[in-house]
Design a protein around this ligand. Structure first.
Ligand SMILES: NC(=O)c1ccc[n+]([C@@H]2O[C@H](COP(=O)([O-])OP(=O)(O)OC[C@H]3O[C@@H](n4cnc5c(N)ncnc54)[C@H](OP(=O)(O)O)[C@@H]3O)[C@@H](O)[C@H]2O)c1
Length: 264
């Protein structure tokens, strides 16, 4: 399979797919889960709160749920073992779970919290890919979908660690594609712009979740490898000076005056 992002993958048969999607009780994860279910896939979603998973199951009958924290090594190992035993036809992994901490570096020195953000957003996806690749290689066709962010391309001053974790996921995904190119595993990246969800605390600005999920899911079914949407299609374009201008504008809008900064 070609590694070029301008060449599409051949479509997957989603009517026979089994999908493990992390962080699927709400937000973008639940929206993507709904699209997979509509396409006829068997879908297992994970999350830390059992109550939220049960609510998701009520909204989407047929959804399989599993309590699991992607930020913990032992949970990831247990999840991968459980998923393969319980759903041996598992062939799609969606690394969706993520958190965002909004911080002022001048007053926030909480290392455990920073480390948790890195563990959930970076260690989780990479470890799950390592754990499940041997199983995915045995399937007739398979896919891994990583969620990065427009903020992985243009960082946000209110979340330096968050943006960096998403840049990590973008870079990792691009760099991993050649290793999988001769295999049955297709490697996708979804790059959301701001989407209405609970990320970083409840917010209703950004793209409507349902519209966003339907649009990116369509691009995924068409085999597009690197999937942007509206602002993230602009932000992911490699234009250093243009991106610097957007960074300055966004910092003015979302950071300056709201967060404490270092002063001498
Ligand atoms: N919304 C946006 O504007 C936006 C933009 C760019 C990228 N993204 C990315 O899109 C993905 C989904 O975000 P979202 O906006 O849908 O956020 P969300 O509304 O906060 O939903 C995140 C979901 O992930 C689960 N989760 C969080 N930490 C977890 C963990 N350690 N283990 C397992 N599940 C966990 C949460 O459930 P529990 O709390 O019960 O675990 C929740 O159901 C993230 O990777 C995010 O970085 C979002």
């Amino acid at each position: 399979m070609s590694i070029s992002i301008t060449e599409k993958y051949s479509p997957l048969d989603l009517s026979r797919a089994t999908v493990l999607l992390t962080g699927g009780a709400s937000g973008i994860g639940l929206g993507l889960a709904e699209n997979f279910v509509k396409a006829g896939s068997t879908v297992i979603v994970t999350g830390r709160r059992e109550s939220a998973l049960k609510e998701a199951q009520e909204k989407l009958p047929g959804l399989h749920i599993k309590v699991s924290d992607v930020g913990k090594v032992e949970d990831r190992e247990e999840l991968a073992k459980w998923a393969v035993e319980k759903h041996p036809e598992l062939n799609i992994l969606v690394n969706n779970a993520g958190i965002q901490r909004r911080v002022a570096l001048a007053e926030d020195h909480d290392w455990p919290a920073r480390q948790l953000e890195i563990d959930i957003n970076c260690s989780g996806p990479v470890h799950l890919i390592d754990l499940l690749t041997p199983h995915l290689l045995k399937q007739p066709e398979a896919a891994i979908i990583n969620l990065s962010s427009s903020l992985g391309f243009i960082p946000c001053a209110f979340g330096p660690t968050y943006g960096a974790t998403k840049a990590f996921m973008h870079s990792w995904t691009v760099a991993a594609r050649p290793s999988y190119a001769k295999s049955n595993i297709r490697i996708f990246e979804i790059i959301p712009p701001a989407v209405q969800s609970n990320l970083g605390g409840s917010h209703d600005y950004g793209e409507p979740t349902d519209e966003f999920c339907a649009a990116v899911f369509k691009k995924f079914t068409e085999g597009e490898k690197e999937i942007g949407y509206k602002a993230s299609d602009e932000w992911r374009a490699p234009d250093r000076l243009g991106n610097d201008k957007i960074f300055q504008e966004q910092t003015e809008k979302t950071f300056n005056g709201k967060y404490k900064v270092f002063e001498k």
